[in-house]
Every structure is written in C-alpha cells, then in structure tokens.
Ligand binder design. Sequence first.
Ligand code: AMP
Length: 433
Amino acid sequence: MTFKDLNLTEPIFRAIQEEKYTHPTPIQQQAIPIVLQGRDLLGCAQTGTGKTAAFAVPMLQLLSSKPAPQNRHIRALILTPTRELAIQIDESFKAYGRHTRLKSMVVFGGVSQHGQTESLRRGTDILIATPGRLLDLINQKYINLKQLEIFVLDEADRMLDMGFVHDVKRVITHIPQQRQTLFFSATMPPEISKLADSILKNPLRVEVTPVSSTAEKVRQAVYYVDKNDKKSLLIHLLQDKDIESVLVFTRTKHGADKVARDVVKAGISAEAIHGNKSQNARQRALQNFKTRQTRVLVATDIAARGIDVEDLSHVINYELPNVPETYVHRIGRTGRAGASGIAISFCDSEERAFLKDIHKLIVKTIPVEDNHPFPATNNPANNKLAPMPQSIDKHRQPRETNGNGGNRSFGNGTSRSQNSRSGRPQPRTGKFV
Ligand code: AMP
C-alpha cells in the first residue's frame, strides 16, 4: 500500500511527499481510512509506530474539507501527557497541514501563559494541550471547546501513570457529547479500557506492535556489571565512535545529572533532561541532541517520553526500569520507522529481578554481552573477571557488526576471548540468560 491508496486530498498528499514518506506504516494504513469515515477509534499503539500521522493526517483532511467557519474556533483538541509530546505533535500538524489554511497551536504548563493566551486570542483550529494548563485556561475562559468536532486522547496509559486521569475526565466535561473521538494507548490496563468505554461511541479498534513485542529491528544486549562499575562501563562503551548519538536512561533525576556530569568529565559531550529542568533548558538540550552538538542525552523516563529524534542509533539503560513496559518504551526510542537500532542494558545484582520481569513481558531472553572489561561479581552468565587494563584494551579486536547487514556497534566490545595473553579464563559470548 502507498499513500496514493489512502484517498488523501492534494494538499495533504503533497505535504506527505515533502516529508519523504513513501509508504504508510501499519497503524496509518489501518487508522487513516477509519478516521476519514468519521468513526471513533481505539488505537493500541506506542510512540515510534507513526501514530501521530495516523491521526493528524486524516484529521487535517476532514477539517480542511469542510467550509472554513467565519470565526476561527477550536475544532480539534489533542490531549497529551507531556510538553515534549505536545510540541512534537504540533510540529507534525504544522508539517502535514502546511498546504491547508488550518492553524494549530500548543499549550502546556511550566511556562508563562501569556504567549499562549495571545495566540489563543488570534484563534486556532487545532489545539494540542497537556491537561493541567488546558484546564487552567478553560477556567480562565481563554479556551472554549463548545464547538469541538474531534477529540484525541493520546498516550492514555501514560496519563494514568502520571496521575492525570482525573484531569482528563474534567476536560471531557467541557467538550460536546456529539464529536468524533480517537483514543490511543500503548497498553490497555483495565482502568484504561474503562475510560475508553466511557468516552468512545462504537469505536473500531486497531492494534500494532503490542507493547510486549519489542521493536523487531532493535538489537538488544544486557551487560552484567556491578553498580559501582556502571560509570566506567558507560565511558568505555562511548569510546566507540560508532555510537554517534545515544540516549541514556536513568531512574532518577539526580542520577541523570550525575551520569551526564561523569560523561562530560570524560571529555564526551552530554546533557541531562528531566522534570526539574526548566522548559527552556529541556528544549535546548533536546535541540542540541537533535543537531548532534551533544552526543549523549541522559534522561529519566518521563522526560524522555516522546523524544523523537531521527536516526537515534543507540539506547543505553544505565539503570533498568522496575516497570517492564517502560523497558519497551525506552528501546522504542531507537529503531524508529524502519531504522535499525541497538539497545544496551546494564544490569547490576539488584536489578536482576527487573530483568526477569522484562523477559517475561517480551517473551524472550535478551542476549548477554560479556565481552567487556567490567563483568559483574557473581555474573550469572560468567565467572568474575577483573577489569582489563587499558594497555590490553587497546589491542581489542575489531568491534562486532550487528550481524543483519547493519553496521551499528554494540559498543566497545573488547574481544577478550581473543586476548589469550591476558591468561584469564575465556569469556563466553553470545550466550543467553
Ligand atoms: P510517531 O510514532 O508518530 O512518534 O512517529 C515516529 C517517527 O516516524 C516520526 O519521526 C515520524 O516523522 C516518522 N514517520 C511517521 N510516518 C512515517 C512514514 N509513513 N514513513 C516514514 N516515516 C514516518
């Protein structure tokens, strides 16, 4: 199937071509015709599947096909949990809608509302919002949703995680009963199903890449390492210049700052992004990362949600998440829209239970990479090997390629097995937990 088969109008089709999209992704193939028919939709899809275009493209087409109202008013609302996602969704609407006369804008908290209320005064057709700021502006009468035609609830499960469900329900009391509703969630826990049932009318369901099936193109590896050696292992891996652009995940904001500082001390450009940073600092860090001025972006899960960077080659889980679904979300940052990617996870002794949960969820065991100089004490996959001195390290064998035609590296995979002169036991490679 190509975009030609989706009956898009010329202005939208032209914008898609300018984006250089040739084929619709599976969620787009399924969702676009349903939305164009005016039906409600329940989409089970995670970020990275092309979900944004799956709703933005048909919405733009529906809205631009009707005669423009005399007074510009909000005709479509997209509610999304984070500022980063809101900004990216707005960028998508602007890109796909660039040949229409529709206007979109975004509102989110954590910044002065003045610029947002000024834009609202000038009028918009499409509003992308995070729930808290939206409710504030509704209460102050800057926003009126009485003439809303289409409502999109994006990342509903994340709304639940972040404690926004109550706010979402309050927003729904401000929109007309008669509307088209599109509901997206990566997972469908019972509370989310209940919410979907309460706001959708006779929806059609589409589902792609369920959360338990990790992006197939992403090569995954786990490195058993002691907690105190994680910093050294990270810096060791970053010596590999093939790791051009890497997103490193930590569990805490404090941890993100510390890892970024350690990496910078080692002479590698790095920045941290998390909820304690100002909106401007976060945007700047993201922009530096996108433009490759910064090689390493260290992020917490919430801050990273929705980071959409083209061609991100590597994700490193400096710390494993205790919620297994989060692992799937994290590694979904790489290997996007068909590109190959590599996800490396550090696992210390306290995190082995988390790894077990991840294996259960993804129904496979992540291969162990034990060709590295900082193997864990009591490595479940190997005996303890002392760190390799730098002088021997220099003689490492050429790095591995990813074996499926790509040339992305798993990092500075010191081939100790070849270094028989070290006189140490030969590590086993390519083994599974
Ligand atoms: P999303 O899941 O909406 O966050 O999209 C993930 C990435 O895929 C974004 O960078 C989009 O620009 C890109 N993308 C979306 N649809 C397509 C497509 N049909 N072909 C190529 N790239 C796409």
